[in-house]
Each structure stands twice: as C-alpha cells, then as structure tokens.
Design a protein around this ligand. Structure first.
Ligand code: LMR
Length: 394
C-alpha cells in the first residue's frame, strides 16, 4: 500500500535546519529555526528547569498515567501565567498538549467538531505550520494582510480592511505577541480596535502565544491575550512552553477554550479530553510538571523570571547592535525597524535570491522569506551579518 503515498511538502524551517547541519563551513551562522542560543551558541537548560528536574528526580515515585487533560495543576499554573485572572476560571476548559503545535492542532480539531464550515483567518504572513495543519485537516482558511513591506511594520489599514470581511462564526488566528515570522506587533490601541471589529463581525478569536516573555516582558506580552479573553464570550488560546522555559523537546503546551459560562466550558472540556484520547491519549507530563513546579515555587519562579529577563535583554541588545551597525554602514535609518521589532524574529523584507546569496557567500542561514532568528546572533556575529546584508543589496 505504501507505494500509493505521495511526497509531502517539506517544512521550510525544518529543511533549513538540515541544510545548515550539512554545511561544513565552521563560521556559518544559524538564524533559521526559532531556538534561543546563548553567546557561545548553546541552547542552555534554564537554571530553574535544572533545579526542578533534580527535585523531580528525587521526589517522583510514580510515572503512572495522570489524566487525559494532563495535570490540573499545570492548567491552573499556565492559566495564571497567561491570563492572570482576566477570565473566571470556570469558563475555561484546558488540556495539556504536546507543545504549542499540539495545542494549535487540538484547537483546530475542536473548531472542526463545533463548526466544520468555519473559515480560519490567518495573518499574511504567519508561521507556516498554521496553514499547513489547516489544509491537512481539510478546513477552510483565508488571509488578512499583516506586514507592510515598505515600513516592515504592521499594515494596520490593510489588516482592518481584510478583517472587515470576516463572517459571523469565523475564527481569526492572532499572534498574542512577538509575531512569527515578522517581529512586527500591534500596539495596545490597535489591539483594542481589532477586538472591537472582531466583536462586531461575530468572530471567534484564536490566540497563539508561543513567545511570552521574549518581547516586552511576561506581563506586557500577555496583555493582548488578556484583553481578547476578557472581551469575548468564546475564544481559544494555544500557549507554548517551548521557548520561554527552553524545553523545546519536552513538548509542553496548553490549549484553553474559553466559553460563555461554566456549562459551556464543561462541554468543551469533555470534547478536548476526547480529542486528546483520539490523538495520543495522555499528553506528555515531564515538561508540564517542571513548568508547574517552577510557576508554583516562589524561589524557582523568581529565578526563572530573572533568567528569562536576561534572555530577553540579550535579544534586545542584539537588535539594537544590529540596527546601529546597519545605520552606520548604510548611513540611513532604514533598518531601524529591527530595533523596534519584538521577539525572536525579524523579517528583514528581502527576496529569496538575496537570502540565498547571504547563505552562499557568507554561510548565513535565514528562512527564505527573510525571517531571521535574532537569538541566533551574538555580539561577534552581528557585524558580519550587517556587512552581509549590505553586500547582498538588501
Ligand atoms: C519556528 O518558527 O522556528 C519555531 O516555532 C520552530 C518550529 O517548529 O517551526
């Protein structure tokens, strides 16, 4: 039977990881996949994670099943981190999932169960796995404009115009913070306008928040998500712990489905448990347990928050250094947007040819749409990148 299979489209981010690995150049620079690297190029295990793992190793006396939704303490801790009381707890159904991708997948499956004909609106551009999963599930999608190629900021007028065509019951996927792949984000006032418009259109918002703590800080980065959650009767939130806890391979995420009341949340909860059972039964527990320990232990939490702030500060410093260097080399402010973008990524806004030129000539790897992972840089590689950007004629 397997001869009937067709090749599947390769994920461009994962493909880039392979090409980078295969490149023998020792001075190559990886700005591809969204992984934080310290100045020595290592993706470290965070201090609080190590401490929690040690404690877990010493105290855990069973690895028996937990429950289809995962440990309720994990859901409570993450709901606290993301929503901080913006919505009554009894309106929230939640399941632990294998990473943020798992949360997105389960959200889409829930939407498909509840409203199979709903259109899911995606920002153009968005994380490539969003449209890929939607297509795989046979769901309908549409795009709304997001990025202004000229300013490298948000095309807010285009966004509002496109979202004005959303129909009642459509789902609108929004990046809670640190937009991937552009790094361009809405201001609080713009969020308020988007919320008012989506309410008027009768849309259901679906927030993907995968970089909380990487932009303007843990609370600031969750503000938009909290505003959305508080404003709508129904909404979905997919939260990832991969980046902000640095536990990428542990696959730790949470899907929240907010309903208009406790009865609706109960029904959503039963459906989410069912979906987990159909897809993988019990969600992974190790990462979720580590996150719960960190969020509920004041000392571990303080240390985690401090280290996350160090990571954020490092990325902001690199942004500024790169913008300054480009300002110096080009004698212009046209790359200042890099310092204004937030999160791990910036789309520098150039053609795949020029991206390819930087790869061939300088061993610099960024995604073909010109998304670069700022966290893949260090103070020594910033000038090399700046020079390559200029030499490629970006
Ligand atoms: C990315 O966008 O690079 C990350 O979210 C990793 C991934 O799975 O694509």
């Amino acid at each position: 039977m397997f001869e009937t299979l067709r090749d599947q489209p390769a994920d461009k981010i994962l493909m880039l990881m392979q090409t980078y690995k295969a490149d023998p150049r020792t001075d190559k620079i990886d700005l591809g996949v969204g992984v934080y690297k310290d100045p020595t190029g290592l993706t470290p295990v965070m201090r609080a994670v190590k401490a929690a793992e040690k404690r877990l190793y010493e105290t855990q006396d069973t690895k028996t099943y937990v429950g289809l939704a995962g440990d309720p303490a994990f859901a409570d801790a993450m709901i606290g981190l993301v929503l901080d009381g913006a919505v009554a707890r009894d309106r929230i159904a939640a399941v632990a999932t294998p990473g943020g991708t798992g949360a997105i997948r389960q959200a889409l499956e829930l939407i498909r169960l509840a409203a199979p004909t709903a259109t899911v609106w995606l920002s153009n551009p968005t994380w490539p796995n969003h449209p890929s999963i939607i297509k795989y599930l046979g769901m309908k999608s549409a795009e709304y404009r997001y990025f202004d190629e000229a300013t490298r900021g948000v095309d807010f007028a285009g966004l509002m115009e496109d979202l004005g065509h959303v129909s009642t019951g459509d789902v609108v996927l929004l990046h809670g913070c640190c937009h991937n792949p552009t790094g361009a984000n809405l201001s609080a006032d713009q969020w308020a306008e988007v919320i008012a418009l989506l309410k008027k259109r009768g849309a259901v918002p679906f927030v993907d928040i995968a970089y909380q703590g990487f932009g303007d800080g843990l609370d600031a980065d969750a503000q938009a998500t909290r505003m959305v959650a508080a404003a709508f009767d129904e909404c979905l939130i997919a939260a990832s712990c991969s980046k902000n806890f640095g536990i990428y391979r542990e696959r730790t995420g949470l899907l929240m489905a907010i309903g208009k009341d406790a009865a609706q949340a109960k029904l959503s909860q039963a459906n989410l448990n069912f979906l987990n059972r159909q897809n993988f039964s019990f969600p992974p527990d190790h990462g979720a347990r580590i996150v719960t320990m960190i969020l509920t232990d004041p000392a571990l939490r303080a240390d985690w928050e401090a280290e996350l702030e160090e990571v954020r500060g490092t990325m902001l410093g690199l942004r500024k250094q790169l913008a300054d260097e480009l300002r110096r080399l080009t004698n212009s402010d046209r790359f200042d947007f890099i310092a204004h973008h937030r999160g791990m990524f910036s789309r520098i806004g150039t053609t795949p040819d020029k991206v390819e030129k930087m790869r061939a000539d300088n061993g610099i790897y960024m995604v073909s749409d010109s998304r670069m992972n700022i966290a893949g840089l260090n103070t020594a590689t910033v000038p090399i990148l700046a020079r390559a950007i200029v030499d490629a004629g970006v």
